[in-house]
Write a protein that binds this ligand. Structure first.
Ligand SMILES: NC(=O)CC[C@H](N)C(=O)O
Length: 620
């Protein structure tokens, strides 16, 4: 029994000196803590497996945004063995259909060891995690794909891992030469009419799939793909359907650790699958994938150190899957009406008066995270708990996923709102997205759903409808002279006339870019007619301006333009060069001071609106 100190953890970072994410430090701590544990024995019933280095110990954790933590021997290859079973089961469900698979393979835990030669009362394998079920599964793939069966499996395993996987031919040959127990199982399946293909052909597929080489890193990514509804978080590929994922995780939960499965789910609570090659992978739905490699096994055929890593992770962070604490209240990041947070459109007095008289006519709910059953239910109760608005805007740009239950409840909510003549407006979702398809499949027959990608555009549109409903008009073609410009408030008639004489009237077509961020700022503008919008280079809309508003006025303070300005409709504007303006200020210092004070007032108003919006987002 060696008492050697933990080998230097082979990792690119020098942990002792550099800061690191706490989870990385936790995993490194697990590695150091369990390194001295030499319990268990390397499997040797497949002789080639007995050559594994018992000291090897690698840990990896993959997050759903594609980050992969690694500690120790996370890149050491070893054969996947039984960890291949959940993936082959998922592949079979998708490729052959659940009916065909579930007709011959049960989903009940057996409580037996993985190599038990026993079938259930229908003479079918208890589940796809024990050898009988896995061999039956490989047989189904062989039945459907014939000579391409193994390559189909290898290709799919590679898509789960995000890379092409090799095979350890020595292990394959070694198992094929000594796998009599599996032959007994296979012949039993054949006599029970579960296997239709010749036993040797099926076992050739099964033994070779078990000899596929993976690393702890691969296992973490494969597990994270299951945790991520079938999407590989590193490559982004949808490898299997969410249906196949949920069924696979279900049988991993009940049977993945064989006759240790009950205690596993009780103590660890993370669906997992072990393999006699020394690997364990654990998949926590919507959270993470964990992979570990340490070839010493316990009496159940599970990696001793691997189990300790999973137990430590679950216990330390409270990750038992049955103590999920998703708080639906976190699904709404901002909930306000246009009285509290109007659009950035500058409006004429008659429009402002109408909107001020109906502050709760438009309700905005900015949502975040997963639109799940509980989250959509919570949103619907927030709406029901207050005065019914005429428009409800759901901003989805922070929504990262939608469950089927959430989508169904969302459609029912929209239908309910339609029955009460409430118009639903969606923003932050692209019509080209899969999410849009999912929503329109359920609500396409409703006449009360509109959509605008930008939240501000959605708010502006809803405000416009309120102005129209209460007798107002949105007058884009009206023109204003310099006298109505807030920036020039307080100037005398003569001063304004002198400024007007310095101005040039410019005409812009719809969609024309008037100013570009980064250009030299050497003039300022007074919008005379039409509508323009101001956006940052990344597309964030800062404001929509109508006649009577100035733009480009920051030229008085900054040398370069900080944003783009584009004409929403055809527009006209007065342009005054900075040189002319400075000459005017030299002749009329008091007017110049007045203008700078007006500018400060305008900036203060914009800051107030921006702070109000930030407060809404920060509101608990
Ligand atoms: N639990 C395991 O990993 C067993 C897999 C091995 N190939 C066997 O069939 O016995």
């Amino acid at each position: 029994m060696t008492t050697e100190q933990p080998k230097p953890i082979r990792h690119p970072q020098h942990w002792a000196t550099a800061a690191m994410p706490p989870l990385q430090r936790f995993l490194a701590g697990c590695h150091a803590e369990f390194w001295p544990d030499h319990d268990g024995a390397v499997a040797n019933y497949i002789p080639e497996l007995g050559k594994a280095d018992p000291a090897h110990f690698g840990i990896s954790l993959a997050t759903l945004d594609g980050h992969v933590y690694e500690v120790g021997d996370s890149r050491v290859p070893f054969t996947i063995q039984s960890m291949s079973k959940p993936f082959v089961f998922a592949i079979a469900l998708d490729a052959l259909g659940s009916d065909q698979v579930e007709r011959v393979i049960g989903v009940e835990p057996s409580g037996d060891p993985f190599n038990s030669i026993r079938l259930n009362a229908e003479n079918h394998p208890f589940n796809p995690m024990v050898n009988a079920g896995a061999i039956a599964c490989s047989g189904l793939v062989r039945q459907a794909r014939h000579g391409d069966a193994f390559e189909t499996i290898r290709d799919a395993l590679g898509r789960f891992a995000g890379r092409r996987l090799d095979v350890d031919d020595a292990v394959f040959t070694s198992e094929a030469a000594t796998g009599d127990r599996n032959r007994a199982i296979a012949y039993l399946l054949r006599t029970s009419d579960v296997l239709k293909e010749p036993v040797d052909d099926v076992l050739a597929v099964y033994f070779r799939q078990c000899a596929v080489l993976v690393t702890a890193r691969d296992c973490a990514i494969m597990a994270a793909t299951l945790a991520n509804r079938g999407v590989n978080p590193v490559t982004g590929e949808q490898v299997v359907t969410p249906y196949a994922v949920s069924r696979t995780l279900a049988v991993m939960t009940s049977s993945g650790m064989y006759d240790f499965a009950g205690e596993w789910i009780y103590r660890v609570g993370i669906p997992a699958k072990s393999g006699v090659g020394g690997g364990i992978l654990a998949s926590l739905p919507a959270r993470l994938g964990l992979g570990s490699y340490s070839p010493r096994l316990d009496g159940h055929g599970n990696s001793v150190r691997g189990i300790k890593v999973c137990e430590a992770l679950s216990a330390h962070y409270g990750l038992h899957m049955l103590n999920r604490s998703d708080d639906a209240r976190t699904s709404i990041i901002a909930d306000y009406d246009i009285g509290a947070n109007p659009s950035r459109r500058s409006r004429r007095a008659q429009e402002r008066d109408i909107l001020a008289a109906h502050p709760d006519a438009v309700r905005v709910l900015e949502l975040v995270g997963t639109l799940s059953f509980s989250n959509v239910d919570y949103v619907s109760r927030q709406l029901a708990g207050s005065a019914r608005p005429q428009f409800v805007i759901f901003d989805l740009h922070r929504v990262t996923a939608m469950t089927q239950a959430g989508l169904r409840l969302l459609a029912e909510l929209f239908r309910e709102l339609a029955d009460f003549h409430v118009t639903v407006v969606l923003s932050g979702i692209r019509r080209s997205s899969a999410e849009w398809q999912e929503i329109t499949e359920r609500t396409g027959d409703l006449g009360n759903v509109r959509d605008f990608y930008l939240l501000d555009t959605a708010i502006e549109w809803a405000e416009d409808q309120i102005v129209y409903r209460y007798g107002g008009a949105i007058d884009f073609i009206e023109t204003t002279e310099l006298a109505e410009q807030p920036l020039l408030a307080g100037l005398s008639g003569d001063e304004r006339h002198e400024l007007a004489a310095l101005a040039t009237i410019k005409h812009y077509q719809q969609g024309e870019r008037i100013l570009a961020a980064g250009e030299p700022a050497n003039s300022l503008f007074f919008l005379r007619s039409g509508v323009i919008h101001v956006t940052l280079p990344d597309g964030i809309r800062l404001a929509t301006l109508t006649a009577g508003q100035c733009f480009g006025e920051m030229a008085l303070l900054e040398p370069l333009r900080s944003a783009d300005v584009v004409a929403d409709f055809s527009a006209t504007a007065f342009e005054i060069t900075l040189d002319d303006f400075e000459r005017f200020r030299a002749r009329h210092p008091k007017a110049g001071e007045r203008i700078m004070r007006n500018l400060a007032q305008l900036l203060a108003e914009r800051l107030t609106i921006a702070n109000a919006r930030l407060n809404l987002l920060a509101a608990d």
